[in-house]
Design a protein. Structure first.
Lengths: 242, 242
DNA sequence: CGGTAATTTGACTCTTCTCAAGAGGCGTGG
DNA sequence: CCACGCCTCTTGAGAAGAGTCAAATTACCG
């Protein structure tokens, strides 16, 4: 796997899919070169979302599939009683929007965790494009099943003790950042403790305490939202990965 | 919505998709009549699984998408430490197998909870069939996103208290059985208490105690694996559905 | 009808939550 | 540049929900 330069270094210009440094992570990953050009002409590029802004709310009409280009975002489900659950943290190159595909209405909200850019594949373009690029439908199916796989992992994780969940979460984030050209051992949490709690099913105080515990065990270093992984082996053990 | 006769009443003969009483639930639901016939010719029908038998194990090569025709089954994820999580209970007309589509290798095991019949759409037939029936890929995408929606609900549920989860589970089962022609108020749990616990993230003793509590509250009647819903409103309140 | 598996019930423990109070950080405006 | 206010984070103490261990009862299969 090639290592990409950190996304922050990328100049703020409209980059065609074939020139985007996310080509090997994003939707084009499994497409042929010609198909990527085809895709590139239809994708709406470089829209911006400021921190805290919402791209779509739950209940809103399904408008298409999106790809995050930079920054980060959270996919949030809210139940009848108003309790939020963060279903996933979205990083550059990852697709989202599948939560609206079946019902034609979004089940979750998508909220930026920092200033972020994204591309849009409008639902109205989806059908004609599928005809032009026959393999696209299958790739979308694969990506949706991939997200299902992640949900399965999370469901399994939800039955494990709090510390394992938090350690697994940190390891997962680290490796996903690494794929995007950032160092594995050091990254910035764009989530608050409350958000981490809503993601892992923990009270924010528990998140804070567990981070403190991992720190005093010498496994990580916590400076506000910046996390340093000092002892990867130790962290894996804490995550219950023997 | 039309009500279908109970599946048990169905004679044990090989029924074409267009004559199957699951037409309005199963894969053909959103297909045109001609396409259903096309599908029917390729689907391998009426395979049988005895109680406790496994159709595929986690790690096994992806072989295709399946539809349950009768009986019931559980989709089980096992983590590195051997802890099982029941991801979903599969009822007649529901599709499964998506857990192997991305990695070409199943992430979960599929185990029959009672004697069950199922149909198979082999992965080798999937591509040629997708060319013959262009809408099929999109339907599969929709179904996979539908399962994703369910996983999202479960993830949100996993943060709610035990009684709410159990009550929601009973209501969900009841309405899914009802769609299949069974009475809403009375159904047979094909899962053990242990299985229910593995599904909801509870100890089997907790499941037993909570069922007892709902029973003494006059909300349900429990006779082993047979459940009677006596007070639907009360059950909905217990499930936290105001 | 015996044996095994499933279920129920009780007592106790422990993880995690809730409530509360205080400290730290950051942006805005004077 | 500093101060104020707000939001976030930390830390403590007590409470509660759910888990574990153990034993008795019941149901089911051959």
């Amino acid at each position: 796997m090639t290592v990409h330069p950190p996304l922050r270094a990328q100049p703020f210009v409209k980059v065609a899919c074939e020139d985007c440094n996310l080509t090997r992570i994003c939707l084009p990953k499994d497409l042929e070169d010609e198909d990527i050009k085809e895709l590139s002409e239809i994708v709406r590029r470089d829209r911006v979302l400021q921190k805290g802004e919402t791209l779509y709310w739950a209940g809103e009409r399904f408008s298409g599939i999106y790809a995050l280009k930079s920054g980060s975002a959270k996919l949030v489900h809210t139940d009848r009683q108003g309790r939020d659950t963060i279903i996933s943290v979205v990083l550059p190159g990852e697709l989202f929007g599948f939560d609206g595909l079946t019902a034609k209405e979004h089940r979750c909200a998508l909220i930026a965790l920092e200033t972020s850019r994204y591309c849009e594949l409008a639902s109205s373009d989806l059908e004609p494009l599928a005809k032009k690029i026959p393999s696209l439908q299958h790739i979308l199916l694969e990506r949706s099943c991939e997200q299902m796989d992640q949900a399965v992992e999370q469901l399994a994780a939800s039955q494990r003790p709090a510390e394992e969940r938090l350690a697994s979460f940190l390891l997962d984030l680290a490796s996903r950042y690494q794929r995007r050209g950032f160092p594995f051992e050091s990254f910035h949490l764009s989530l608050t403790r409350q958000d981490i709690g809503n993601h892992l099913g923990l009270a924010l105080e528990t998140v804070s305490r567990l981070l403190g515990r991992l720190e005093s065990a010498g496994i990580i270093e916590v400076k506000g939202k910046r996390i340093q992984l000092l002892d990867i082996i130790g962290l894996k053990i804490a995550a219950g990965q023997p």
